[in-house]
Design a protein around this ligand. Structure first.
Ligand code: ATP
Ligand code: MG
Length: 393
């Protein structure tokens, strides 16, 4: 994905079984799986198929009945449970923050257990808040109830990463937030992952999320039987059996849109305006570009608002936008996300942001349409290439 060094380690499950007392069949029945260092593997499968149980055996919140789990070659059973858990990040739905602790205290939990000195803990908290796009100055001392659901989830992710663990387990981390916040959180996770390259196992119920985030997808059937373990491209193009086919669902052609990143198509430039800048300069710039709208950027070059040129006329300087929202989709967002964004704005283009939400450019309808047509042609061409025309990766 990037050239950043891998900080994750290999994770290996060999013939792992969990039988709960009083249950006829094992919840997890002989699961064998290798998660390569630095990759994100998405677990997906019907309710009750054993996803959470499998995850919790990795950090020994549940003890396996039999089988072996190794992290970086070390058998998890040979380590002290507390010690083990401090080196495995764990993020669950809603963030599960302690309500009586501030954001900073929540994030600092594990580093404090690891006896980091106060200075280092403090610096780490701010660094992580920055990483998950929460301004440390504003959010450090808030209590969870003073945060939105999406913000709580961000803090949950920050807490999971606090001790810089090589392995992070996530159980439906973004399940409880609205679709737009969800897609932002997914983008943030991908951006964090491209910097940190951890080994991540993430449970989801959403095939689009699995396709978007996963280096590989592990589709599980009852008893955590692996129906297919493969790259998203392969799962979509060549489902291993009927079960996977049904799970992936109809319209996997359109799902290819979920496989394409905004990054994969060319961005267009667009005239911008900085808050406080003389309007005359902005008007000149928009005129040169032949556009009737501009994108207003704040001091950190984050896009804050679309603005029609005619609404600026007669003013001296560009006024600060209302609210504190940042516009746009991350460059790692999918074309699906970008289309959503375009459809909800009346400007016919989606603003694209990079690191720390910095403005990069826009994608417009024309470029997305062009891409859909090209993809359709490729799919057609490969479908005509023989009985098993599935070799398109
Ligand atoms: N503590 C427990 N005692 C007995 N049975 C359990 C226990 N925890 C889970 N099970 C059973 O084990 C099976 C797997 O449960 P698990 O929670 O791992 O499923 P899951 O795939 O995470 O489901 P979901 O998608 O609904 O979260 C289910 O049949 C469940 O009823
Ligand atoms: Mg579960």
């Amino acid at each position: 994905m990037t050239d950043q060094p891998i900080s994750g380690v290999d994770l290996e499950l060999v013939d792992v079984t969990k039988s709960y007392p009083g249950q006829e069949r094992p919840a997890v029945d002989g699961l064998t799986l290798h998660v390569p260092a630095g990759e994100i593997v998405m677990f997906i499968g019907p309710s009750g198929c054993g996803k959470t149980t499998s995850l919790k055996m990795i950090n020994r919140l549940i003890e396996p009945t039999s089988g072996t789990i190794t992290i970086g070659g070390d058998d998890v059973r040979k380590q002290k449970v507390d010690e083990l858990r401090r080196h495995i990040g764990y993020v669950i739905q809603g963030g599960s923050l302690f309500p009586h602790m501030t954001v900073a205290q929540n994030i600092a939990l594990v580093p404090k257990l690891l006896k980091w000195d106060d200075k280092r803990v403090e610096a780490r908290v701010d660094e992580l808040l920055d990483l998950v796009n929460l301004d440390p100055g504003r959010y450090r001392d808030r209590y969870p109830r003073e945060l939105s659901g999406g913000q709580q989830q961000r803090v949950g992710v920050a807490r999971g990463l606090a001790s810089d663990p090589p392995v992070v387990l996530m159980d439906e981390p973004f399940g409880a937030v609205d679709p737009i916040t969800r897609s932002r959180l997914q983008d943030e996770l991908m951006s964090i992952q491209s910097e940190l390259r951890k080994t991540i196992v993430c449970v989801t119920h959403d095939i689009d999320e699995a396709v978007k985030l996963g280096d590989r997808i592990c589709i599980l059937q009852e008893g955590a039987q692996v129906a297919q373990y493969d790259t998203p491209e392969h799962v979509l193009a060549a489902p291993a059996n009927r079960f996977v086919e049904d799970f992936v669902g109809a319209g996997s052609g359109l799902k290819q849109l979920t496989l394409t990143r905004v990054d994969d198509i060319e961005l267009r430039s667009w005239p911008t305006a900085s808050v406080g800048e003389p309007v005359a300069e902005v008007l000149a710039r928009a005129g040169q570009a032949g556009e009737s709208s501009v994108i207003v950027l704040d001091q950190r070059r984050r896009p804050r608002a679309w603005c029609w040129v005619r609404d600026l006329e007669g003013q001296d300087r560009v006024p600060p936008p209302a609210g504190d929202e940042v516009l746009g989709v991350d460059r790692r967002a999918t074309l699906n996300d970008a289309l959503d964004d375009m459809l909800s704005s009346s400007y016919g283009a989606a603003v694209v942001t990079g690191r720390r939400d910095e403005f990069l450019g826009v994608v417009d309808f024309a470029s997305v349409t062009r891409h859909i047509q090209e993809t359709a042609q490729q799919v057609e061409a490969s479908a005509g290439s023989g009985p098993d025309g599935t070799e398109r990766t």
